[in-house]
Design a protein around this ligand. Structure first.
Ligand code: F0G
Length: 340
């Protein structure tokens, strides 16, 4: 399997022959979700972005952004992050042999993501402020210093991430057009990228964006100064791509809606227990949205973007699931534990 810059070379802005920083990202499964389909009353598909090399969709944008940075001679890449961008940046910077640094909100990063960023050798810098403040700081620093900014304000991130739309269209084929896409919205880069990808294909599924109730600036119509949600990946109050995201939803006949943390956790458990798919809490927001609001009239087929793997956040999973059964090392006791 080749990486995205090779697979979609004709639709991405990279001259042939230069260095490519890749971990063979992309080409993720699109699986049917029969239990969800029954509950929602439409054909629901799950795009498993957690199966990218670092466990989230960020790798699609990072292969493009880090390749671009290397081609421009950058010696360091930097981002603000709620965790996944940090993990992805760290891996691709390691691959490229350049310095990676990430600015994160202290204590608000899921354990797996932190472990990844540290293992890949990035400088992990924690501030006592939220993602929005971190993004303002890295933007200013990158304006002043020769450091490449690889947040999704970088257009190459959007270019890389739009390939997910190409894949969904290929996976469903021309006879099964997508009526809607359900997707979590944080900094709003991914919904912007999906819409661009569909637009380039001449497709126009309704873009259904979902935010956590405590971090729902697009739903409220104003920034949220102190965003809060259990879905730490989308704990964002001032999305950088606000206008683009709203345009994608408006122009496609879609909508942005909020779901509560309880609804997110319910959807998180539902998809794990009934579809065999373990995603992280933020990724369960669109599932919660479909379960709560159903699909708009006329929507028969909807794809749900499961942006990150459940293993990213083991702490939330352990808190949201059943407990381990203690048992004597003896056959009868084990039989009772299994069958009782
Ligand atoms: N889902 C997950 C698992 C994420 O990590 C993110 C964003 C989103 C959804 C929202 O995507 O920002 O493009 O609207 N995570 C960023 C990060 C902010 O730093 O990892 P978006």
């Amino acid at each position: 399997m080749a990486g995205l810059l090779e697979l979609y070379a004709d639709r991405l802005p990279f001259a042939a022959g230069g260095p490519v920083i890749t971990l063979d990202e992309g080409s993720t499964p699109l699986v049917a979700a029969p239990a969800l389909s029954e509950r929602v009353g439409a054909e629901v598909w799950l795009k498993l972005e957690g199966l990218n090399p670092t466990g989230s969709f960020k790798d699609r944008g990072m292969t493009a952004a880090v390749t671009g940075a290397v081609r421009e001679g950058a010696e360091a890449v930097l981002c603000a992050s709620t965790g996944n961008t940090a993990a992805s940046l760290a891996a691709y910077a390691a691959r490229a042999g350049i310095r990676g640094a990430v600015l994160v909100p202290e204590g608000k990063i899921a354990t797996g993501k932190l472990a990844q960023a540290l293992m890949h050798g990035a400088r992990v810098i924690a501030i006592q402020a939220n993602f929005d403040v971190a993004l303002d700081l890295v933007r200013e620093l990158c304006d002043r210093e020769p450091i490449a900014l690889v947040n999704s304000v970088n257009p190459l991130r959007i270019e890389g991430q739009k390939t997910a739309s190409f894949e969904i269209a290929e996976q469903l084929g021309p006879d099964r057009p997508l009526d809607a896409l359900a997707i979590p919205v944080g900094n709003a880069g991914n919904i912007t990228a999906y819409w661009k990808g569909f637009h380039e294909l001449g497709l126009s599924p309704r873009m259904l964006g979902f935010q956590a109730e405590g971090a729902a600036p697009l739903v409220l119509g104003h920034p949220v100064e102190h965003p809060e949600t259990i879905a730490s990946a989308i704990r964002i109050g001032k999305p950088a791509r606000w206008e683009e995201a709203m345009a994608a939803m408006t122009n496609s006949g879609g909508i942005v809606r909020a779901v509560s943390d309880d609804e997110i956790l319910g959807a998180y458990r539902f998809v794990a227990a009934n579809e065999g798919v373990f995603c992280e809490p933020a990724s369960a927001a669109p599932i919660a949205g479909l379960l709560k609001y159903g699909v708009p009239d006329g929507v028969e087929r909807v794809a749900c973007v499961l942006t990150g793997h459940g293993l990213k956040d083991p702490q939330t999973a352990l808190g949201a699931s059943g407990s381990v059964i203690p048992c004597a090392a003896e056959l009868d006791a084990v039989r009772d534990a299994v069958l009782g």
